[in-house]
Design a protein around this ligand. Structure first.
Ligand SMILES: Nc1ncnc2c1ncn2[C@@H]1O[C@H](COP(=O)(O)OP(=O)(O)OP(=O)(O)O)[C@@H](O)[C@H]1O
Ligand SMILES: [Mg+2]
Length: 369
């Protein structure tokens, strides 16, 4: 697929998108596009139609003149992964703008959840991190570099799964695209080698992924927020904030995995997304086990064998939208840190149902892909 995309130029047939689609309403204004929720009058499907800004896209593509870089549409259509939004087709409007027709994701932007830090976020973030990592690993295996991994480009669908949405800055993982100079991306997520105009590779995405994970736990960047590349340059030589200091209750394995992704020298980072995801998965299995044991203990059932660590997390008090698909939240502050609870019944708050130990734990349902 990767090879097939090179040198191939699609016919420039133009589409009147107002005739082809019932444009129901704008859902997004990206920096490079306008996005509508629409009904595809050809198929009857509910879709998202993304129309790329002609000038900005041309400016971006002009960086790669003579390299036959595939377009966003060609790249997006080629991607097939459960955590990547399906793009069914692309074409050109009567104004000669490229448009993409995607499945419409009912859900919210991960950036909103980062800001909210609500129960849903605390409860599912590890699972989201794993799924973002899986999508990134797939993208890397297909020989692309994403170059704009950040919460803004991740949607969380209503069924609590990740959908990566934006492939506007993706480049092929080939030497001619890894040369210094192309500093596109989002300032606060940019790897030092990119900012310093050094040769880059897929590990720049590992850095952005680690910044994203850091934010998912702390709501802040590892360095002070930066609006410009120059501002990033000023602080990137300092070490990042230590996640365990900001969040003493965070699981040590998760914290270490995130911090390793933030190392300034790419050789010191995870060499691929799969390695980082493996750490998160391992931590999750352990945390789920501890949560089960804590729940069993609360119910007065058999306690974990002597010598085993005490549960570091507690099951969440409120029932989720889809209890079977959840993962227990991790401790993320001192007062939320899991403490061994006494067996026996705690009084239930009004209107709450008593939960079974496995109400929100189902490892097989969590990673169906
Ligand atoms: N398939 C989709 N389903 C639902 N909403 C979508 C979909 N694709 C995009 N959106 C909405 O449109 C917004 C902009 O999309 P996208 O990130 O692809 O555009 P962009 O112009 O490349 O953005 P930017 O450069 O600012 O990251 C998203 O944040 C999201 O709210
Ligand atoms: Mg975007």
């Amino acid at each position: 697929m990767f090879e097939k995309l090179f040198g191939k130029k699609s016919a420039h047939e133009k589409t009147d998108i107002e005739r082809r689609f019932n444009l129901i309403g704008r859902v997004g204004q990206g920096s490079m596009s306008r996005v509508w929720k629409a009904t595809d009058l050809k198929t009857g499907n509910k879709v998202a139609v993304k129309v790329l800004d002609k000038e900005k896209t041309a400016r971006f593509e002009s960086r790669f003149k003579g390299l036959s870089k595939p377009s966003e549409g060609e790249i997006a259509v080629s991607l097939k992964h459960p955590c990547i939004t399906v793009t069914n087709e692309f074409g050109w409007t009567t104004e000669d703008e490229m448009f993409l027709v995607m499945e419409f994701v009912e859900g919210v932007s991960l950036s909103l959840l980062v800001d909210l830090q609500n129960d849903e976020m605390k409860r599912f973030r590890l699972r989201y991190m794993i799924q973002i990592g899986e999508a990134l690993n797939y993208l890397h295996q297909q020989n692309w570099i994403h170059r704009d991994i950040c919460p803004r480009n991740v949607m969380i669908s209503d069924d609590k799964s990740v959908k990566l949405i934006d492939f506007g800055l993706v480049v092929p993982n080939l030497p001619e695209f890894r040369r210094p100079g192309n500093r596109t991306g989002t300032a606060s997520y940019m790897a030092p080698e990119l900012i310093k105009r050094q040769t880059t590779d897929q590990r720049l995405d590992i850095f952005s992924y680690a910044v994203t994970c850091f934010e998912m736990y702390t709501k802040r960047f590892p360095w002070d927020a930066a609006m410009t590349i120059d501002a990033v340059l000023q602080h990137i030589n300092k070490p990042p904030a230590e996640i365990t200091e900001l969040l003493p209750g965070i699981d040590a394995q998760i914290a270490a995995a995130i911090m390793k992704g933030l190392r300034a020298n790419p050789d010191d980072r995870w060499s691929n997304a799969a390695e980082m995801v493996a750490e998160f998965r391992e931590a999750e299995v352990r945390l789920v086990k501890l949560a089960r044991e804590a729940a069993a203990k609360r119910k007065g059932a058999a306690a974990p064998p002597a010598g085993q660590p005490k549960a570091a997390i507690e099951l969440p008090p409120a029932a989720p939208a889809r209890p079977e698909a959840g993962t227990p939240p991790e401790a993320d502050s001192k007062n939320e840190r899991g403490k061994p609870t006494k067996p026996g019944k705690r009084p239930l708050k009004k209107g709450r149902k008593r939960r079974r130990p496995d109400d929100d734990i189902d490892l097989t349902a969590m990673f169906a892909d």
